[in-house]
Ligand binder design. Structure first.
Ligand SMILES: [Fe+2]
Length: 182
């Protein structure tokens, strides 16, 4: 028999201030949207690009590189939470861009079996809705995005985005461990 884990121990979510060139990133996302206005159909009820955007538009490469560097910095700053591994490299399994306008939202979902999921907010209006994480049936956490915020969380952690009023422009990725060092 498989029992559902009812522990209320929070899974770790990292919040990082990351200084990317947000203007340039927003331009890159908007140019991409012009090329692919239809976007991907998913649990995201907002415009989102293909899950494989990193494979079709290399203008995102410098941003992905800096985000991966930030993920590495998170490991270095929190060694106990990463089994004190000396090195971890990741495959970027998926990478996509998102533009939420008034009324857009995302259903509850998770990114299992990916190791980490992340979102970087290039722009978030003051009245942009939070991202809501669900630890179990009774416990959740809302985090309000800010322009320049990177969020990193375990891929199995469920989350949603309630209907937003304000605009938000973001990129997201799924990471899988490729290699690690003792
Ligand atoms: Fe998600």
């Amino acid at each position: 028999m498989i029992r559902k884990n009812i522990s209320n121990a929070p899974q770790i979510i990292y919040e990082v201030d990351l200084n990317l060139d947000n203007q340039k990133l927003i331009e890159t996302i908007e140019e991409h949207r012009k090329l692919y206005p239809q976007g991907e159909v998913s649990n995201v009820h907002a415009w989102m690009s293909s899950y494989k955007t990193h494979r079709i538009n290399n203008n995102f490469d410098p941003f992905i590189e800096k985000i991966l560097q930030a993920v590495d910095n998170v490991r270095e700053s929190n060694p106990d939470n990463f089994c004190n591994l000396s090195k971890i490299t990741y495959n970027v399994t998926d990478f996509w861009a998102l533009i939420y306008d008034n009324g857009d939202y995302t259903d509850e979902h998770n990114h299992f079996p990916c190791t980490w999921a992340l979102a970087y907010y290039a722009y978030a209006d003051k009245d942009s809705s939070p991202i809501k994480f669900f630890f179990n049936k009774y416990k959740s956490l809302r985090i309000k995005p800010r322009s320049g915020m990177l969020l990193l969380w375990p891929g199995s952690l469920s989350h949603s985005v309630p209907h937003t009023r304000g605009k938000r422009i973001a990129v997201s990725a799924n990471l899988m461990v490729r290699e690690f060092g003792k």
